[in-house]
Write a protein that binds this ligand. Sequence first.
Ligand code: HEC
Ligand code: HEC
Ligand code: HEC
Ligand code: HEC
Length: 163
Amino acid sequence: MNFKKLILLLGIAVIFSSVTFAQDNKYIGAVKCKMCHNKPAKGGQYKIWAEGPHAKAMESLKGADATNPKCLKCHSTAAAADQKLVGTLKVSEGVSCESCHGAGSAYKSATIMKKQELSLAKGLIIPDEKVCKTCHNEESPNYKGFDFAEYSAKIAHGNPTKK
Ligand code: HEC
Ligand code: HEC
Ligand code: HEC
Ligand code: HEC
């Protein structure tokens, strides 16, 4: 093998390793997002989430249900995730930010977060209706139907300084 070919192969290997890396992003938990996403003037996302239904999802699981994987798969981000990827996220957080926005370890730094295209490349998800329906569906024993516009309004935590 000549030198140019070797460099080319190494280049390809580097590209592939950075692509597969996205799947290895770790879940860091809502407290880490709070540092930057709790300013009232910018929408106070953490506070809205903490007072909303998703942060309280574990409170609905009583007794043995609190450790039943059949319930945890929708009621807890930490319990539902690949355990190798659970960093500082806790089961008690219920449905945490990263169920909707993707595991945060690679996009959490300010330099990446400031640019949407970089954040998306590092695993940030801007969730649509499909993401909600992974949990809001008939498999839920307490399913009440799902209207995206109505349900989104109930958990809205937009940044009023944008758009
Ligand atoms: C070090 C600070 C910092 C941390 C930690 C951080 N973010 Fe961000 N985030 C920002 C900044 C800065 C922006 C861009 C400006 C804005 O929207 O406030 C942003 C933007 C976003 C956006 C909007 C993206 C868009 O373009 O519409 C989402 C969603 C988001 N962050 C989610 C999260 C989540 C979830 C976590 C935790 C897993 C997190 N962020 C952690 C600083 C941070
Ligand atoms: C990982 C699973 C999961 C995802 C994804 C999810 N939810 Fe939920 N959601 C739940 C659970 C579990 C509850 C019930 C919490 C409780 O009361 O125990 C809930 C409750 C709610 C409620 C309160 C409903 C009520 O009866 O008062 C709203 C509103 C809601 N979700 C909106 C959304 C929207 C909008 C999305 C998508 C952007 C979404 N959810 C994505 C699991 C999820
Ligand atoms: C497929 C996802 C999913 C599974 C599995 C699931 N839940 Fe839920 N659960 C939800 C969602 C979403 C809601 C919010 C209700 C709604 O608006 O449809 C909810 C709401 C609830 C509530 C609140 C009831 C209410 O009237 O708001 C309780 C209690 C609950 N679930 C218990 C359980 C138990 C116990 C299990 C396991 C046997 C379980 N859930 C399994 C998604 C799920
Ligand atoms: C149930 C799903 C869900 C959860 C949980 C959730 N978000 Fe979001 N988030 C959304 C949706 C939906 C949007 C709106 C996306 C769009 O603009 O289309 C959004 C938007 C945002 C934005 C962008 C606001 C803007 O207007 O630019 C930020 C920042 C954000 N979320 C941070 C967080 C943080 C931090 C947490 C946890 C403390 C969190 N989110 C929890 C679904 C969720």
